[in-house]
Design a protein. Structure first.
Length: 438
C-alpha cells in the first residue's frame, strides 16, 4: 500500500487529544474526503532536539515498516505553517477509544488483547526493529473494543545498532536498566509488565525512584502477579518475566502458548460461517443470489423446481460415512448369496494378525461356513421355487374362474372369483415385501 502525505493545505487541525514530552497529538480532518486522523507534531522553533529526533525517528521507522492489522497505521508526514510557527507532523490512524491503562477484568478479553500485542511485536521484530517502550499507554483499543494496536514508535530503534537505553524506566528489562543490552527480549519483558498493568490498572513496579530501578536491575525480584489471573496466564507471565533474557520466550513461542493459542483458534472459529444442518441453512449458497438473507425457505425451494435445476457438486464438502451406515448399505446392495460369499471370505481371514489359527481350526471354520452357505442357498432356492409354483397355481385358479364366470351367472362362483383375486393380490404384496427385505 502506497503511503501518501497529506499536505497542510488539505487538512485542518482540531482539538488536542494528547500532550507529553514528545510534543502534542491532535485530531485532524482531511478536506479531501472528510477523514478524521491523528497528527503528532512538534514545533520546530521551540522543541528540544531530542523531541525533533524522536519524531523523525518514528517517521523513518513507520515508513519502512509494512502495515500490520495490530499496529497503528502510518498515513504520511509533512511540515505545516500555522501562523508564525512551523510544525513537523506525523499523520496516524485515529483511534478514539483510548488505551488499555484501565483494568481489563475479563480474562477472555485480556487474552485477545495480549494476542494482538504479541502478534504486532513479532511483526516489528521480524523487520529488525525493537519497540523499546511497550506499556499500556502505547496500546490503543480498536474495533469497538475487540482488539488493540501497538502505537508510539518514538523510542523504537533498529536492531544491532548501538544506542543508549530508551523507554519508560518502570517497564524496562533488567539488562536495559544495567545498560547491557536492549533487543526483542527486552520488549518481551515490557510485554509482561504491560499485561500486569492491564490486570491491575497500575505499573508492575511501584515508583520509588532510584530504589525501583535498583530492584529491577540488580535484585532477584519479579513483578507481583495478581491472584485473579488463571494458571495459564500466570505461566505465560513467567515466560515473559524471566530475569535471564536468554531464557525468555520469543514472540513466536508466546503465540504458541496455550494462554494465546486458544484465543487464536477461537477467533478463527468465530469468524468462519457456522456449519449448515441442511441445504436451507446455508445462507451463502447459490440459492441466495443477490437476494437478502431473509428469503424464505419456500422461495429457495421454488428455485429447485426450475428447468435448469440445482448444481449439486460437493464444492468443498466431504462425505462422511460411519461403519454402521456402510454395513447397512452393503446389506441393501448385495443379494443373499453374494453376502454369504463375502461372509465366507471374511471369516477365513484372522481378525488378529498376531495370533493365527491352527490348520485343523482353520479347516473346521471353513467347513462350518460351507455348510452354512449350502443351507442358506437351499432355503433360498426352496423359497424361490415355492413362490413361483404357488403364484402359477393361483393364476390358474383365477383363469378357470374367469372362464366359468363368462359362461355362467352363478353367484357362488362370483364369490370364489373375488376370494381368489384377493388371495392373489395379498400374495403378490407378501412376495414383493419379502424380496425387498432380502
Amino acid at each position: 500500500m502506497e503511503k501518501q502525505s497529506i499536505t497542510n493545505s488539505s487538512w485542518i487541525r482540531g482539538s488536542y487529544i494528547g500532550r507529553g514530552c514528545f510534543g502534542t497529538v491532535s485530531k485532524a480532518v482531511s478536506k479531501l474526503n472528510g477523514r478524521v486522523f491523528a497528527v503528532k507534531s512538534v514545533d520546530l522553533a521551540t522543541c528540544l532536539p531530542s523531541q525533533s529526533e524522536s519524531l523523525e525517528n518514528e517517521i523513518t521507522l513507520l515508513r519502512s515498516l509494512e502495515p500490520h492489522p495490530h499496529i497503528v497505521t502510518f498515513l504520511g508526514d509533512d511540515v505545516s505553517k500555522e501562523g508564525t510557527s512551523s510544525f513537523r507532523n506525523l499523520h496516524l490512524e485515529y483511534l478514539p477509544e483510548g488505551d488499555v491503562s484501565n483494568v481489563v477484568s475479563d480474562e477472555t478479553l485480556l487474552r485477545r488483547y495480549v494476542w494482538c500485542l504479541v502478534s504486532a511485536l513479532r511483526h516489528v521484530h521480524s523487520n529488525g526493529i525493537v519497540h523499546c517502550d511497550v506499556k499500556a499507554k502505547n496500546v490503543l483499543v480498536a474495533d469497538g473494543g475487540g482488539s488493540v494496536k501497538l502505537a508510539d514508535f518514538g523510542s523504537a530503534m533498529e536492531m544491532e545498532k548501538p544506542a543508549p537505553p530508551r523507554g519508560s524506566p518502570l517497564w524496562m528489562a533488567p539488562e536495559v536498566v544495567r545498560r547491557e543490552y536492549q533487543g526483542p527480549e527486552s520488549d518481551v519483558w515490557s510485554l509482561g509488565c504491560t499485561v500486569v498493568e492491564m490486570l491491575t490498572g497500575k505499573p508492575a513496579w511501584e515508583d520509588h525512584g532510584f530504589d525501583s530501578l535498583s530492584r529491577i536491575g540488580f535484585s532477584n525480584e519479579s513483578p507481583f502477579v495478581p491472584a485473579g489471573i488463571s494458571e495459564l496466564g500466570r505461566d505465560f507471565l513467567e515466560k515473559c518475566l524471566r530475569r535471564d533474557r536468554s531464557r525468555r520466550w520469543s514472540c513466536d513461542q508466546l503465540l504458541e502458548h496455550p494462554f494465546l493459542r486458544r484465543v487464536h483458534h477461537h477467533d478463527s472459529f468465530l469468524t468462519t460461517e457456522s456449519s449448515p444442518r441442511c441445504v436451507l441453512d446455508w445462507v451463502n449458497s447459490e440459492f441466495e443470489g443477490e437476494e437478502s438473507n431473509t428469503v424464505s425457505a419456500m422461495a429457495r425451494m421454488s428455485k429447485l423446481a426450475t428447468r435448469e435445476g440445482a448444481i449439486w457438486e460437493s464444492n468443498g464438502w466431504i462425505e462422511v460415512r460411519s461403519d454402521a451406515s456402510e454395513e447397512l448399505a452393503e446389506k441393501l446392495e448385495y443379494p443373499v448369496s453374494t453376502r454369504a460369499e463375502l461372509q465366507l471370505n471374511i471369516s477365513s481371514v484372522s481378525s488378529d494378525d498376531s495370533v493365527s489359527p491352527s490348520g485343523s481350526e482353520e479347516s473346521a471354520s471353513v467347513m462350518t461356513c460351507e455348510v452354512s452357505l449350502v443351507l442358506l442357498l437351499v432355503v433360498e432356492n426352496i423359497q424361490i421355487y415355492a413362490t413361483f409354483y404357488i403364484r402359477i397355481i393361483v393364476r390358474m385358479l383365477y383363469c378357470c374362474c374367469c372362464y366359468h364366470h363368462q359362461s355362467s351367472n352363478n353367484k357362488k362362483l362370483r364369490k370364489y372369483l373375488s376370494f381368489i383375486l384377493s388371495l392373489n393380490f395379498l400374495f403378490v404384496i407378501a412376495c414383493d415385501s419379502d424380496r425387498s427385505i432380502s
